[in-house]
Design a protein around this ligand. Structure first.
Ligand code: ADP
Ligand code: MG
Length: 286
């Protein structure tokens, strides 16, 4: 049975926008030693902006953007939204794509004007045998590569920003004895830049959705009970596999459903607040 103090703890938490689905998760949260945080939408705002459009030699910027936006028009990924916004801002006309297929953790494949167009990360290009030219470093931006008919057509650099309270929230977690780790499908370059800005201790990049659970188990073996915080559809299995699974209120329905705790404000500082409250409640109940 759940001690009475936990009901009071749940009430206090809910007034701060932290929703616990039961007393057991509050109790479990008091014991966590590590927090594994998804990068996009959890540590960062998850609102991307296209900052650089870099067409290959045989194309111009509008053509490249049109190809990318055409593929992405039905995707709900935050990257897709930024590409659609850039295309509409520049008044680029979009063709109708066929056989659109979104590949989680990679990007999108579609047929446009009888050519296969790929729009996604380096892994997507490698998987499809598209050779990439030497390109300058992207300086922490997320890179979206575009290929048409098997040939590199250019790349878009997309910037996301760290949440305002992220650095302070990570420092608070450490003060509470919780090691902060980042799990992301993005590149190591981009992940390391975000880790440096926020003081995150451990970075696991280039992860496919199914590999996040393996890394979570590694983190648990190394540090002890682990909290996972995510926001995406792909995060549901990881949420279920963590000692405590938490979702950002701004996240996908599947993530919110699979979570034990929901942070309605979407602020990262809700994580240390919840941990502090859980520890306090556990002390009172003893
Ligand atoms: P995260 O782990 O940061 O939440 P995801 O698992 O959603 O990221 O995606 C991992 C990577 O896969 C992205 O950083 C991006 O490179 C690529 N990707 C996924 N979906 C798309 C898409 N619709 N368009 C372009 N790239 C995508
Ligand atoms: Mg995500």
């Amino acid at each position: 049975s759940v001690p009475l103090a936990f009901f009071s703890g749940i009430g206090t938490a809910s007034r701060r926008g932290i929703l616990f689905k039961g007393g057991a998760s509050l109790e479990a949260l008091a014991e966590i030693k590590a927090a594994a945080l998804d990068k996009t939408g959890t540590i960062t705002r998850g609102t991307f902006t296209v900052t650089v459009i870099e067409p290959a030699a045989n194309r111009n910027a509008d053509q490249l953007l049109a190809l990318a936006a055409c593929c992405e028009q039905n995707s709900t990924h935050p990257i897709a939204a930024s590409i659609a916004a850039a295309a509409s801002e520049r008044g680029v006309a979009l063709k109708i794509p066929h056989e659109v297929e979104e590949i989680a953790g990679y990007g999108v494949r579609a047929v446009v004007d009888d050519s296969t167009v790929l729009c996604g990360n380096r892994k997507l290009m490698e998987q499809n045998g598209v050779s990439l030219p030497e390109l300058p470093a992207a300086g922490g931006a997320t890179v979206v590569y575009v290929a048409c008919g098997g040939q590199f057509a250019g790349r878009l650099l997309i910037a996301d920003t760290v949440k305002d309270d992220a650095k302070q929230a990570i420092a608070e977690m450490k003060r509470l004895g919780v090691t902060a780790a980042m799990l992301t499908g993005d590149s190591a370059e981009s992940a390391d830049a975000i880790a440096a800005q926020t003081g995150i201790d451990a970075v696991y990049a280039h992860l496919l959705p199914e590999h996040k659970l393996e890394r979570l188990r590694e983190i648990r073996d190394k540090y002890g009970p682990v909290l996972f915080v995510g926001d995406g559809i792909n995060d549901a299995p990881v949420l279920a596999g963590a000692d405590v699974g938490a979702a950002m209120g701004s996240g996908a329905d599947a993530a919110i459903e699979a979570a034990d705790v929901v942070f309605l404000t979407g602020e990262l500082s809700a994580v240390p607040q919840a941990v502090a409250l859980a520890k306090q409640t556990a002390r009172v109940s003893k």
